[in-house]
Design a protein around this ligand. Structure first.
Ligand code: HPA
Length: 289
């Protein structure tokens, strides 16, 4: 569904709340959007000049009930010292935590944050998540730059009447992730000495984790990582013409012939350890936009 009126209402509220920050002449480029996935909410604390607006205050905005997901929009920037000494970094509009299909939310609710950010002028979006590695060569605790997606949720945020103001009825998906942004992230990672894999992210509905047979099948389909978010947001963002960078933290390794139980605690623990590198990478990418 394309929840046009709900998005307009939420965007109007945020425009008022972010007011001076959003329209500051200090920025000659639009803000960069950043969605922080499981365990990464702390990254927003690194931003200077923050304006925080809890989701609970935004009319109609869905709240995540999942541990590891804070619930707020955060406006801020990495400040002048953000990297290459080329002036101030672009400001960020951060979605600190997200809701999921498995919580019972609709595709429209899952994508509301991305659509609100687009309404507020975001044209470049960075999406982060926690995922299980399917590629046996990837290590738990590592980071992966998403090169493509498989939407295996059985849902689409574009179902129903199309809003031409937002995008086409049949949006192109020949390049869901932006090759230029990915190249930038890979180069930034190399300079930082951070290992960044490249791979295909498969999105499932959840909340159950994968059986060995599913794991084997997803790998045979060509997926390198599996998770319960991001694919619908990326589709909604592409519908609106946003450029998207996707970064996954590989919190566990799923090998069909030696599966072992995975807990949320483990996912959060590994994500917490990877957060520092993710923050360095995000900062480096933003400094070069
Ligand atoms: N499967 C699905 N989602 C996940 C996983 C997984 O193994 N790890 C973190 N999110």
């Amino acid at each position: 569904m394309q929840n046009f009126d709900d998005v307009q209402r939420a965007a109007a509220f945020l425009r008022k709340r972010l007011g001076p920050a959003l329209s500051s002449q200090q920025w000659d480029a639009p803000p960069v959007g950043l969605v922080l996935g499981t365990g990464f909410s702390g990254l927003a604390a690194k931003l200077a000049d923050q304006v925080v607006v809890p989701y609970a205050e935004v009319p109609g905005f869905p709240l995540s009930g999942v541990k590891g997901h804070a619930g707020a929009f955060v406006w801020g920037s990495f400040s002048a010292s953000c990297g290459q000494g080329e002036g101030p970094c672009r400001p960020l509009l951060v979605q600190q935590g997200r809701c999921h299909l498995y919580e019972g939310y609709s595709p429209a609710q899952v994508c509301m944050g991305v659509r609100v950010m687009a309404e507020l002028g975001v044209r470049t979006l960075m999406v982060t998540n926690a995922a299980g590695a399917l590629n046996p060569q990837f290590d738990a605790g590592g980071l992966m730059c998403m090169t493509d997606i498989i939407n295996h949720t059985g849902q689409s945020p574009l179902t129903g009447k199309n809003r031409e103001e937002w995008g086409e009825r049949f949006p192109d998906m020949s390049a869901p992730l932006d090759a230029g942004l990915s190249a930038l992230a890979l180069d930034a990672a190399r300079r930082l000495g951070v290992r960044l894999e490249r791979g295909i992210y498969l999105g499932v509905h959840g909340p159950e984790l994968e059986s060995p047979a599913q794991t084997r099948m997803y790998r045979q389909w060509g997926a390198d990582a599996v998770g319960m978010s991001s694919v619908l947001e990326i589709i909604a963002a592409r519908h609106r013409g946003l450029r998207v960078l996707g970064l996954s933290c590989l919190t566990n390794k799923n090998l069909p012939d030696c599966m072992r139980p995975v807990s949320l605690e483990e996912v959060l623990d590994v994500a917490a350890k990877a957060e520092k590198n993710l923050a360095r990478l995000v900062r480096a990418v933003v400094s070069r936009l």
